[in-house]
Write a protein that binds this ligand. Structure first.
Ligand code: PRP
Length: 212
């Protein structure tokens, strides 16, 4: 498993505004959207491509295009939905699958409440979107489900991750030689006793879409 924390002044600038409790929902949504596009640049660095020749007005040019089957982008509902447009702007031909997961506030255990994913994910680049990797439970459950459908290459794009969550994901998948990359804007300090990332940004789903 690879973990890429992307140091970039623009990412830090936008992330700082996102963390600020005074940032309102419309601004929060816009910042999430912009951050994803910046992170997606890094996350797609090894996307599968194939050679192609095109004719320019002057001569033939050797180029590249995205390979078939097309990549698939999977936002984890709810909060991941806020990242979808920023990602598909960069990858407009990608397909989109949806996975609804919610974490119990006391036990912190995730459950799946919506699954609109292809039955077979073999050979595809899979981009999972979820702003927060806290205990890691939701991402682990999502990845297990993707592996059951033949996923071989998974790139998770998060805004914030906790060191504890990354360790847990690593413990679960490292011995299984899964091709997994986690790209994030920041590895924060820690998890608190309620399973929130510290300093974090609060509950991303609530800040994007309001309290359930
Ligand atoms: C949040 C977040 C992740 C998950 C992270 O979702 O968006 O999906 O918790 O926590 P974990 O790493 O400890 O599993 P939440 O369950 O609050 O649902 P929401 O997106 O609908 O707000």
């Amino acid at each position: 498993m690879r973990v890429l924390i992307t140091p970039h002044p623009l990412i830090n600038h936008k992330l700082t505004a996102l963390r600020d409790e005074k940032t309102d929902s419309p601004t929060f949504r816009r910042l999430v959207d912009e951050l994803v596009t910046l992170l997606a640049y890094e996350a797609t660095r090894d996307i599968q491509v194939e050679p192609v020749v095109v004719k320019t007005p002057v001569a033939q040019a050797n180029g590249l295009r995205l390979s078939q089957p097309m990549p698939i982008v999977i936002p984890i509902l709810r909060a991941g939905l806020g990242m979808l447009e920023g990602m598909t702007r960069l990858l407009p031909t990608a397909e989109v699958g949806f996975l609804g997961m919610v974490r119990d506030e006391d036990s912190l255990q995730p459950t799946v409440y919506a699954d609109r994913l292809p039955k077979d994910l073999t050979g595809r680049d899979i981009f999972v979107l979820d702003p927060m990797l806290a205990t890691g439970g939701s991402l682990i459950a999502a990845i297990e489900l993707l592996l059951e459908r033949g996923a071989q290459r998974i790139i998770a794009i998060c805004l914030l991750v906790s060191p504890e969550g990354i360790d847990t994901v690593q413990d679960v998948f490292d011995s299984r030689k899964i091709d997994l990359t986690i790209v994030a804007a920041s590895m924060d300090e820690k998890l608190n006793e309620k399973g929130f990332i510290v300093p974090g940004l609060g509950d991303a789903g609530d800040r994007l879409f309001g309290v359930v």
